[in-house]
Ligand binder design. Structure first.
Ligand code: HSE
Length: 311
């Protein structure tokens, strides 16, 4: 039986403009590592948090990865526990699914220590308990892609059903992270709880159009559908330069451009051949607001979380 296991879980772009709380894709270019060491009693100790974020709770109940492990121990009635070290590769409050990635890496590492491994849906449920600590609500649009890889739709909360959506091979994602922080709880708190019927119809059509376009390789339908008419207009005030960055991406050939998760990171989908121009345009638009960025151009055919070492 493994005594020490390290797992990696990738960052993710949630919502993807039209699938608030239900759609997301994994971004393999960055992520979190979690190392677990078996403890003889069923408890969770957070030993260290390193990397691009260090100032996170060391109390297991308040730590997203710690809470996910506690949920896993409870669901399996495990007689043993875990001492955990977290290496953060995802910036705090960036909109890149950092809390989800830590929770996912923790449950994937723990799973490699179980006498009988859990299913990925069971791991998803445990990780969702961790995500709720950070965002204040249970949703799986970062957890599912980080765990499964690729573009993922999640239907349901208590009994989640997960579908990996095929993405046309020529579509790539540009991800631009401005050096700002937007806490997810804050970005959720500003959202209206009611939606105009016409916006509901428009957004539903866009989600259906985007998913259909992905299944049928219909780039024109994907481009026409990749527009958020509900959330973006409420959250853009949290991202100085949002309108300029989006306009620059679209002018450079992007199929669509919106907020990654709760922001402030922005993403664009585009043809691979346009990715460099779209990236440069978005970076320049942020820079003209006085905001520096990190940026990535990636395929959407990414892998999900995985064990990277075990002894
Ligand atoms: N769907 C979530 C949101 C992702 O936009 O608030 C961030 O956790």
């Amino acid at each position: 039986m493994n005594q020490v296991v390290t797992a990696f879980a990738p960052a993710s772009v949630a919502n993807v403009a039209i699938g608030f709380d239900i759609l997301g894709f994994a971004v393999d270019a960055l992520g979190d590592h979690v190392q677990l060491r078996r403890l003889p009693q069923p408890e969770v100790r957070v030993k260290a948090i390193r990397g691009v974020v260090e100032d996170l709770p060391l109390e297991a109940e308040k730590n997203t990865a710690g809470r996910a492990l506690l949920a896993l121990i409870e669901s399996r009635d495990l007689p043993f526990g875990f001492e955990m070290e977290i290496d953060k590769g995802i910036p705090l409050a960036s909109g890149l699914g950092g809390s989800a990635a830590s929770a996912v890496a923790a449950v994937v590492a723990a799973n490699a220590m179980l006498p009988e491994p859990m299913t990925r849906i069971e791991l998803l449920k445990a990780a969702m308990e961790g995500e709720a600590v950070a965002s204040g609500s249970r949703h799986a649009d970062n957890i599912s892609p980080s765990l499964f890889g690729g573009l993922v739709l999640t239907v349901g909360i208590d009994h989640p059903r997960v579908k990996q959506i095929p993405v046309p091979a020529q579509i790539h994602a540009v991800i631009v992270h401005p050096h700002l922080q937007v806490p997810t709880k804050q970005a959720r708190a500003i959202l209206s709880h009611t939606v105009h019927l016409s916006d509901f119809v428009w957004q539903t059509a866009n989600l259906a159009g985007f998913i259909s376009g992905c299944y049928t390789d219909d780039l024109d339908l994907i481009k026409a559908s990749l527009e958020d008419v509900i959330i973006e207009k409420q959250r853009q005030v949290l991202i100085p330069g949002f309108a300029e960055v989006r306009a620059a991406a679209l002018a450079s050939g992007a199929l669509g451009c919106s907020i990654s998760g709760a922001g402030p990171t922005m993403f664009a989908l585009c043809l691979e051949s346009d990715a460099a121009a779209v990236r440069d345009a978005m970076v320049d638009a942020f820079r003209s607001q006085g905001t520096e960025t990190d940026r990535w151009a990636v395929s959407l055919r990414s892998s999900g979380a995985r064990v990277v070492s075990s002894t």
